[in-house]
Design a protein around this ligand. Structure first.
Ligand SMILES: [Zn+2]
Length: 433
């Protein structure tokens, strides 16, 4: 063998070794997806055959909790491994705050280990303006939140095809916004569950904004919402097929979750952002990849801040100091309490915004306490017998102490206000203010 051939052999061997050592990681965030509208989480409609298959071959976490009921603070917890009170991204007194660039996040810690870090997102709340691109080598933001899942999947596949020769492992964060209102799935998903399709749906939403209650219209909205889920599920089927056919899936982890759910008047409102009930906080977490044992984990309550430690574990990267989440594949903690907060006034804009900003909840998998530090009102629910949170019980003392501890913990993030980027108009378009 010539010296050149030997050199090339060593070069390609080291490339392939590096690639084998570090897996690719795909984090897929389906905005506004409540867990109980997926077949694998018990929904009676066939909305999610692709995700159901992924759940069968991977691990599904049944007690996974969003740590905020709307996009900005929830993504802050996914990015940083911190609770909302710690990273402080969100909205206070009608001013928006992005991510503090001094905080480590899923991209900054993996880039240190030679990962190529990719973001493909579909809403301005997690765009460059809000600091979510920090640590990413490539960060695409589509059309201020009204991109389509099909186009985003195309973009991801195109990037992978054009960069086949890149030997470095990859972190790809793929955020899909279609399930968020307005619900207008393309054909044939518009009539998959809604007989009359999406006609008139937008007008109904504009008129209602959390005030009108119309049971007939509500069921129509749910039909369209489910159609969006089925559409997104099909697009993920395209992505997963390509990952399998190209061989990428052989050494890749796929993580699927959502930032928050959606209310359909279970507690008097529609949409999201303005309460901490389970229709907003119970979101999916499905993880599949090498060495993952198929099954359902229902023993450990968990939340958005666990995603960073899980990703760090897959990549063999140390978890930064101060991260509040745990690696769910190396630690189990059945007694932990998962905090959520970050409520904004949202659609109930006529009421005191401070009242809504002062709410937080803790969840242990079967029980949940919600406390409002402005009104000093508490709610406590036994989800094992009352999953719809309709029967308030006296607040458990341990929960109250945990709520007080969480609420009084000083923040580690001090983000700057995000102003002057048209953000107020965008937030209004999205129905948040
Ligand atoms: Zn969202």
């Amino acid at each position: 063998m010539s010296l050149l051939a030997l050199t090339l052999l060593v070069f390609f061997s080291s490339c392939s070794l590096e690639k084998q050592d570090k897996p690719d990681i795909f984090l897929i965030i389906i905005d506004t997806l409540r867990a109980d509208h997926l077949g694998c989480y018990g929904y009676q409609r066939d909305t999610s055959p692709v995700l159901d298959s992924l759940a069968l071959e991977g691990t599904m976490f049944s007690h996974f909790q969003a740590q905020a009921p709307w996009t900005l603070p929830s993504h802050g917890s996914i990015w940083t491994g911190l609770s909302v009170k710690a990273h402080m991204a969100g909205m206070r007194n009608m001013v928006s705050y992005g991510l503090d660039s001094r905080l480590n996040n899923i991209a900054t810690i993996l880039r240190e280990e030679n990962y190529v870090t990719l973001g493909f997102v579909n809403v301005m709340l997690i765009s460059h303006s809000f600091g979510f691109d920090n640590g990413f080598d490539h960060y695409s933001v589509f059309d201020h939140g009204h991109g389509r899942a099909g186009a985003t999947v195309d973009e991801v596949l195109e990037w992978l095809s054009e960069n086949k020769a890149n030997p470095n492992p990859k972190l790809a964060v793929i955020h899909l916004f279609d399930v968020h209102a307005p619900y207008d799935p393309p054909a044939p998903y518009d009539t998959r569950f809604a007989v009359n399709g999406a006609q008139g749906e937008t007008d109904w939403i504009t008129d209602s904004l959390g005030v009108v209650q119309n049971p007939d219209a509500t069921s129509h909205l749910i039909d369209l919402y489910d159609g969006e889920i089925a559409w997104v599920d099909a697009q993920l089927g395209r992505l997963f097929s390509e990952l399998r056919e190209s061989g990428i899936a052989d050494n890749a982890y796929i993580i699927v979750t959502s930032d928050h759910g959606e209310e359909f008047f279970e507690h008097g409102n529609w949409s999201h952002g303005h309460s901490l009930y389970q229709e907003l906080l119970h979101v999916p977490l499905i993880i599949s990849g090498p060495g993952i044992t198929p099954g359902v984990i229902d023993s450990t309550p968990c939340g958005h801040f666990d995603i960073l430690p899980v990703i760090a574990g897959f990549a063999g990267v140390p978890v930064p100091d101060g991260v509040e989440g745990i690696d769910l594949f190396s630690q189990r903690s059945p007694d932990r309490l998962i905090p959520s907060s970050g409520v904004i006034p949202g659609h109930v804009h006529l009421r005191d915004s401070e009242e809504f900003q002062s709410m937080c909840s803790v969840f242990n998998g079967t029980e949940k306490g919600i406390f409002n530090f402005y009104t000093m009102r508490e709610q406590f629910f036994d989800l094992a017998v009352d999953p719809g949170e309709q029967n308030r019980l006296p607040l458990n003392t341990n929960f109250l102490q945990e709520l007080e501890y969480y609420w009084s913990t000083p923040p580690v993030g001090h983000p700057h206000a995000v102003e002057g980027t048209g953000v107020e108009d965008d937030l209004s378009d999205l129905g948040y203010i």
